[in-house]
Design a protein around this ligand. Sequence first.
Ligand SMILES: C[S@@+](CC[C@H](N)C(=O)[O-])C[C@H]1O[C@@H](n2cnc3c(N)ncnc32)[C@H](O)[C@@H]1O
Length: 297
Amino acid sequence: MAAAIHTASVLAGEADVRRLAGAIEADDDLAALAVDALEEKPGLWRLTTYLPPPLDKAVVARLQEIAKAALGATTPGFVVEALPETDWVRKSLEGLKPVRAGRFLVHGAHDRDKARANDIAIEIEAGEAFGTGHHGTTAGCLLAIERAIRTGPVRNALDIGTGTGVLAIAIARLAHCPVLASDIDPVAARVAMENVRLNGAAPEVRVVAAAGIAGRLFRANAPYDLIVANILAGPLVALAPSVVRVLAPGGTLILSGLTTSQRTRVANAYRGLGLRLVRTNIRDDWATLTLTRPLRR
Ligand SMILES: C[S@@+](CC[C@H](N)C(=O)[O-])C[C@H]1O[C@@H](n2cnc3c(N)ncnc32)[C@H](O)[C@@H]1O
């Protein structure tokens, strides 16, 4: 289990809390993750400092030194507590706004009511995996998925590097077809499975932990008429021959996780294997490529 983030909190008057907050934020050695100042009751403020893991005694001692320098004789005592990791993640997710990409609305539990009648709402509790829809690559893939499903029938799909499972769920919700989703990280695979269940996509989406698509399962379920892979440029180039092998003739391949300067190298690796680049979408300097495999080579 990863080391926990700790909080160090003190109660003091407003002026002291504000002075101390400024001194803590300015201290590079302490490298606090965040500093929160809140009025607990009239005239009494709570200052909470979030300390990066692992907690070291020297960090707490440094905090006392900063307080002494900032407040002198009135130095308050800090109460140091471990923050349960999942609560921290949840707390940070609560601030995330829902993301719209075409018909898809990706949102957290706190924003269920934001979905409109025609939206395809996907609820994601991200935590330990990538893919809340906020990243340019995820949003780019969601738009490309919608276009691909509108353009031709999708009966069988593959999502490589599923993260939270967001893209696999999107395909299942729009195309109502089987989707095999994989991730090299077993924690991401577990999170994806939970999100798949949460979104009622378990009948369509199967999640496995696997690196690339070398396993027998990927071949046994081939060919796929839609494949999405939002991983990095290097692995995308390395995976090109095995991905093209399992893409159905006439099928669509959506690639992301590459910067605009990497897009030509990645596209060329797939063009060299007979695919045609039909669209490049740029979002926040991230490129999403849509390629197709011709019916006949
Ligand atoms: C950028 S995230 C994409 C998550 C999600 N599909 C999305 O679009 O938001 C990339 C994911 O790919 C996984 N990954 C990286 N290399 C991989 C590989 N060779 N095989 C399978 N998964 C991989 C990572 O663990 C990570 O969860």
